[in-house]
Design a protein around this ligand. Sequence first.
Ligand code: DHB
Ligand code: FE
Length: 304
Amino acid sequence: MTELTKNQLLELVNTKQVAAGNPRARALTQRIVTDLFKAIDEMDVSADEFWTAMNWLERLGKSGQIGLITAGLGFDRLLDIRADEADAKAGRAGGTPRAIEGPLFVAGAPLSQGEARLDEGEPRGEVFVMEGRVLDLDGQPVAGALIDVWHANEQGGYSHFFPGMKPYELRRQVQADATGHYRFRSFLPPGYAIPPNSPTSELFEALGRHGNRPAHIHFLVVAPGLRTLTTQVNIPGDTYIDDDFAFATRDGLIVELEHGVAPAGYESLGIDAPFTRSRFDFVLQKASNDSEASPAARMARVTA
Ligand code: DHB
Ligand code: FE
């Protein structure tokens, strides 16, 4: 084998080929490897630094926390900003703003009609009801829209990820009624923090950054012919509302809270005393193709 310069090595890595492969995968890998060669050279990365980083990546993968790092380094929000840009270019506007899904969605939550109790009949914290309608851009109600809702428990943990929680705890799928209405009872979740003593927290400590998200509730709203909406709402008053580690808070997604709402009409949710309510309508754009209304690739990813 001949001696190689750095550039000759890079050229070889990027051009080796015995079959067609996947052209997109080839192009992206070439670009990323080229950028990394350059970073290693220009930042004078030592072998110890390199292998420490590779060991961290290995542990990160095993911990299942890759989605935490992508959010904290801004990639999830970047994809949303790019989607907003593409919409603006295509003249698509209006509706509830999208916000990152985050790494903690789980498909298959128990389905109920019109309303649900996320607290599963065991009151905890301040009684909170969120309610509203699913509408299209013309303001017409979307009967039967499916709303996945999920949020953290009192410790900021999500079921299926945080030890000690029941399957699908604080996760439900609510089908809007014939007039597009939905409502659910829960409690106001606190903020979220990345798990301590984990590959994720190691990186954020090294970066001198916190890993906190302000209190939020996630939604995935699906209806035939309409563009699937992934979003979150924020609860006002949180210290981190303008300093989200995942950069995901957005104007128009901070709900208003009404305190001391009279319980009449909320008996089916087990409410018999004044409670806290938030009204929020989800407004969905028309889908421009089948996959926008029924995102098969995305669901395959989360149910894998
Ligand atoms: C992360 C956690 C969340 O609850 C969320 O909504 C987004 C990101 C995270 O740990 O990266
Ligand atoms: Fe979250």
